[in-house]
Design a protein around this ligand. Structure first.
Ligand SMILES: [Zn+2]
Ligand SMILES: [Zn+2]
Length: 109
C-alpha cells in the first residue's frame, strides 16, 4: 500500500484498491479501509480531504499545501505560504491552518 502511495503520490481509495487487487486478488475493500485507518493512526500516511470528492491519501512528509486541478483532478504539492494573515475573532486561538488551492494546472490551462 505504501508502495502504491509512493508511486502515485496522492491516491484515493479506489485507486489503491484497484492496484492492490492486481497482486492480492481476493482482498476486500473493507481490508483496504482497515489498513488505511491503521496507517493513519500510526502517522504513516495523511488524509487530504477534498470537498465533495473522495479523500486522497499520501505518505506523510514535511508540511505542504495542495493545488487541486479542477479539470484533471490531479493534486500537486506546493510550499506552505510563509505567512498567513487571518483575522480571527477576539479570543480565538488558532492551532493549525491548511491551505488548499483549486484551479487549473498548466497541462489543462
Ligand atoms: Zn489539470
Ligand atoms: Zn501532498
Amino acid at each position: 500500500m505504501l508502495k502504491i502511495l509512493e508511486e502515485r503520490g496522492h491516491a484515493d481509495i479506489d485507486h489503491i484498491y484497484n492496484e492492490i487487487k492486481r497482486d492480492f486478488v481476493s482482498i476486500s475493500l473493507a481490508t483496504v479501509y482497515k489498513n488505511i485507518n491503521t496507517m493513519l493512526d500510526a502517522g504513516l500516511i495523511e488524509e487530504i480531504k477534498i470537498p465533495k470528492k473522495k479523500s486522497r491519501f499520501e505518505i506523510k512528509k514535511s508540511k505542504h499545501s495542495h493545488f487541486i486541478c479542477e479539470k484533471c483532478g490531479e493534486i500537486y504539492d506546493i510550499d506552505v505560504p510563509k505567512k498567513l494573515d487571518f483575522e480571527l475573532p477576539p479570543g480565538f486561538e488558532p492551532k493549525e491552518a491548511s491551505v488548499m488551492i483549486t484551479g487549473l494546472c498548466s497541462n489543462c490551462k
